[in-house]
Design a protein around this ligand. Structure first.
Ligand code: MTE
Ligand code: CO
Length: 426
């Protein structure tokens, strides 16, 4: 055997080893296995005896090792827990459905406990027959099932002036995405009869909740008749108390504040009420001091959830799954681009499945990371052709006075150790 042949053989073997290692990394295997990993070669405690019985927890919580996947507060934002907000741990979730157990909550006067038996929903105003529904009544109307995101208009609101909160949970966690079961609002309005309303194009509904804040909002009747839902189940089970048990309003694609919880009354009107929640709150003050109002639709937006400040790269160099979420209140997400160099160049990410209207889309970009510094961004596009703006573009139009409706492109700086931080690029 010639040296050359031997050399070729060696290099072929190392090529195979290299290929196996690359494949192994993809499959999350390591060379420890070859060296006699005790986790493989020895019988472990969990295999040597019995596990827990089936009735150990009749309603289950996540396994203790996942106890960090929880809602969190930003202390200086949350003065008290009554008029409060917390954040979904989007950095630690995957897929698109948000489990109710860790979905963010926002209450203006605390979460109330309302029994189904005590539940009443009134429809009054410009209707032919004012009606009151019990929970049992609602269950007898034809049902629909649809998945939608709910984003608070204040999501990312702290980032207008500069990069502030260090984590996707805090910058983008006022969002959840659930599969709702309920009755269409159109069905109930038609049950009451809209003859008295006349031309629906200039009419409104005023919706309010049973909590002390009531969170009243005016919604154009056209939207109410289009796709709004009276929901009583989310992700297959009853709404949690904090999400409006037993019934909440679902207003697809529109700001979360309009999704009234513990919904108690819907009044058909010939004008909007101009309530607190649609005048002094949830409006956007521009540079010249005037304010935008009726900014109901949540524009297209996206965020890289991993890597991100709370989810650094922990496995070192090699194959890296860059992933995140994208959504649009105007319809389905059609594409998401990812930049690793702060927006200089872009590559198209893979959508886990075709975008659904007004629901979260999951995107993935599989890269080979060799420890280089990255400025990771994502940019969403929706079916209307709208492209998510940069921070600079948004500030140019809206100035710096806004709190709500910040849908700009976010940047995470990733250093050679895989740590990520919230930064701005100009
Ligand atoms: N509905 C009532 N009745 N009371 C409220 O305080 N908060 C609103 C909206 N509906 C609120 C309400 C706001 S600002 C948001 S963002 C969403 O509910 C939050 O819904 P969630 O708590 O299920 O996440
Ligand atoms: Co809100």
């Amino acid at each position: 055997m010639s040296d050359e042949f031997e050399g070729a053989k060696t290099s072929r073997r190392s090529f195979l080893t290299g290929a196996a290692a690359a494949g192994a990394a993809m499959g999350a295997a390591t060379s420890a296995q070859a060296a006699g990993d005790p986790l493989i070669t020895e019988v472990q405690d969990w295999a040597a005896g019995l596990g827990d019985g089936v009735d150990a927890s009749p309603y289950g919580l996540p396994i203790e090792f996942e106890k960090d996947v929880v809602r969190r507060n930003v202390e200086w934002l949350t003065a008290d827990t009554i008029s409060s907000i917390n954040f979904t741990p989007i950095h630690a979730l995957d897929g698109t459905i948000t489990p109710q157990g860790c979905a963010f909550e926002r209450h203006h006067s605390g979460a109330i406990e309302l029994r189904k038996e005590d539940y009443r929903l009134m429809i009054n105003g410009l209707v032919d027959t004012p009606l009151v529904f019990t929970y049992a009544d609602l269950e007898r109307f034809p049902r629909s099932q649809k998945t939608f995101f709910l984003e608070c208009a204040a999501n990312t609101g702290m980032e207008w002036a500069g990069a502030q909160l260090n984590g996707a949970q805090y910058t983008h966690g006022m969002i959840h995405n659930m599969e709702y079961i309920g009755v269409s609002l159109r069905t109930l309005l038609e049950e009451a009869g809209l003859g008295a309303a006349g031309d629906i194009r200039d009419k409104w509904v005023y919706v309010e909740g049973a909590d002390a804040s009531s969170n009243g909002r005016s919604i154009p009747l056209e939207k109410a008749l289009d796709d709004c839902m009276i929901a009583f189940k989310a992700n297959g089970e009853a709404l949690r108390k904090e999400h409006g048990y037993p019934v909440r309003l679902v207003v697809p694609g529109w700001e979360g504040n309009m999704w009234v919880k513990w919904l108690r009354r819907i009044e058909v009107m010939d004008r909007p009420v101009e309530s607190r929640e649609e005048t002094s709150k949830y409006t956007d003050t521009l540079e010249n001091g005037t304010s935008r109002k009726w900014t109901w639709v949540m524009d297209a937006k996206s965020i890289v959830t991993s890597p991100s400040p709370q989810k650094p790269i922990a496995h070192g160099k090699g194959p890296l799954v860059v992933t995140g979420l994208a959504w649009s209140g105007r319809g389905a997400i059609t594409a998401v681009d990812v930049s690793l160099d702060g927006g200089v160049s872009w590559q198209e990410a893979r959508l886990a499945e075709p975008g659904k209207p007004m629901a979260l889309s999951r995107f993935y970009l599989d890269i080979d990371w060799q420890g280089e510094e990255m400025f990771i961004q994502s940019r969403a596009m929706d079916e209307t052709g709208y492209v998510q703006p940069t921070k600079a573009q948004l500030r140019e139009v809206r100035g710096l006075n806004s709190i709500y409706h910040n849908n700009c492109i976010q940047t995470w700086h990733v250093n050679a150790n895989g740590e990520a931080n919230n930064v701005e690029v100009s």
